[in-house]
Design a protein around this ligand. Sequence first.
Ligand code: SF4
Ligand code: SF4
Length: 90
Amino acid sequence: MNDEKEEKFNIGAHVYESSESNKTGSWRAFKPIVTDKCIGCGTCEKTCPDGTIKVNPKTKKAEIDYDYCKGCLICMNVCPVKAIEKEIEK
Ligand code: SF4
Ligand code: SF4
């Protein structure tokens, strides 16, 4: 990699670090809510672009880290049993 390309790569990596260290959940317009219909299949966990929804191994239910969830609602759209609902963020 030449110096110019390396510099561009490093700038991109910097932006990622910044988004990880800030609580980007404040960007949300919609808030996904996991309901009791969750069967713990893990589909949402595999597709969340921010890695902010995980199936709790004890409860077998998906849980969302609202500090980082940006409200894209991909989890809601991929859930096979429609266990995720949305609220308008207040
Ligand atoms: S995709 Fe739906 S059913 Fe599967 S773990 Fe996520 S919320 Fe639960
Ligand atoms: S709304 Fe988007 S960011 Fe938030 S948990 Fe669902 S897929 Fe992840």
